[in-house]
Ligand binder design. Structure first.
Ligand SMILES: [Zn+2]
Length: 413
């Protein structure tokens, strides 16, 4: 008992000096402006950035990390992931996951993929459903408790959709197996209830699928979801493949439209006017083809064309992947970087891509006062690489330093 008391006394009586880290940053990229500041000092204390500048004094006893030959930027945010979901290919029926993979396995898979992403420099993810029975909520909570190392996760909980979720061909006698990861909600009040259910079980944002069936959500239904989500301080993400229904999504007040590969110029202009983010998930052609997606080549080309048009029109865009299939010899992180080629093909300059990965994403995720920039007061989510991603975003494949919340996750410089 005495020993315990002594330990208690020592633990609380002696103030431990907060671990301070000073990074010598050779080339510090500010994605908001696309500018680079040379030879900066970043001071990190208590998980956050305390000071940044060329003449910051390094306190005695601080741990100094020399990244003076590196290019540094805020950690990447992927605004459309499904870490607890993996299919052999896109032809695999979704139901296989509900019926053959337990929630426990989905949680473990999510943790593994989340850690893979963090190691590659993706320090924050916005997970948009297909998470079994709130598996991503559990992964997020376990990481937030400090049980495991992982990225910052914002997750949507179950996907809200019209009857049937994203399933098809399920016979009535099999029962609503899709409810393992979808909430059936038809009509404004059912949608409001589904939003409340998700928030109760821990959702950080709300995700709707607007048009996966012959029926689709009306503007009134989208507005109900947006209203209910916004009242609770959450953003609304809406999956929308088809063209005619997109107006309902945009006019109904969604914060982001997911996919939208065939949006017209008029719809993109409407999104710009309303400030709707495009989470465009422009799958690389190779992923579509490997995944067995019908008309994969044509859809990939359409997505690149729409990305080009969205950029030209000036829609606010976030970097978003949606990788869920397996690519031989590639990790989920490798697959994430495969999306960079599409942005290049669409003629989007690297500076705009980095902004989509950081500044814009932080705004959509409503975390711009916490993450998405390297400035005083924000959490220290910092990555570094030997080449300049403003010249070529492929430099991101060579990230050799990752810091999240002020902790060094990887330093293989
Ligand atoms: Zn998705």
């Amino acid at each position: 008992m005495r020993r315990l008391l002594l330990g208690f006394f020592l633990l609380f009586a002696i103030p431990m000096p907060a671990q301070t880290i000073a990074i010598r940053a050779g080339n510090l990229i500010d994605p908001a402006s696309g500018s680079v500041a040379r030879n900066q000092i970043i001071l990190i204390r208590d998980q956050k950035i305390a000071e940044v500048g060329p003449n910051v004094a390094i306190p005695a006893g601080a741990q100094v990390l020399d990244l003076s030959s590196e290019w540094l930027m805020p950690g990447v945010i992927d605004s459309h992931t499904h870490v607890t979901f993996q299919l052999p290919n896109m032809s695999t029926p979704l139901e296989e996951n509900y019926l053959e993979v337990s929630k426990g396995m989905r949680v473990l898979q999510g943790l593994k993929i989340a850690q893979t992403l963090l190691n590659a420099g993706i320090t924050t993810i916005r997970d948009v459903g297909n998470e079994a029975d709130y598996a991503s909520v559990d992964v997020r909570n376990a990481i937030n408790k400090g049980w495991f190392v992982g990225p910052t996760i914002l997750t949507s909980g179950k996907i809200i959709a019209a009857f049937g979720g994203q399933s098809s061909g399920v016979p009535p006698e099999a029962g609503p197996v899709w409810r393992f990861e979808y909430i059936d909600a038809d009509g404004p009040w059912e949608i409001r209830k589904a939003v409340r259910q998700n928030i109760f079980y821990g959702a950080d944002l709300i995700k709707l699928v607007s048009d996966n069936s012959d029926y689709f959500y009306s503007e009134e239904e989208i507005r109900a979801a947006a209203d209910e989500a916004h009242k609770a301080g959450r953003a609304l993400a809406v999956h929308c493949y088809k063209t005619e229904e997109a107006n309902n999504v945009i006019n109904g007040g969604a914060d982001s439209l997911e996919h939208g590969w065939h949006l017209t110029d008029d719809q993109l202009r409407l999104m710009k006017a309303k400030g709707t983010f495009l989470a465009g998930t422009e799958f690389p052609e190779a992923h579509f083809v490997q995944g067995g997606y019908p008309d994969g080549k044509a859809v990939a080309a359409a997505a690149i064309d729409r990305l080009r048009r969205a950029y030209t029109i000036g829609v606010k865009m976030v970097f978003s992947t949606d990788a869920v299939t397996e690519m031989p010899g590639e990790s989920r992180a490798d697959m994430t970087w495969d999306y960079l080629a599409g942005w290049r093909q669409a003629g989007v300059p690297p500076a705009a891509v980095l902004k989509a990965m950081t500044t814009n994403a932080a705004e959509l995720l409503r975390i711009q006062k916490e993450r998405g920039a390297i400035s005083a007061g924000l959490f220290a989510d910092i990555i570094a690489m030997p080449a300049n991603p403003l010249d070529d975003t492929e430099a991101l494949r060579k990230v050799n330093f990752v810091m999240k919340n002020g902790a060094v996750i990887r330093n293989s410089k």
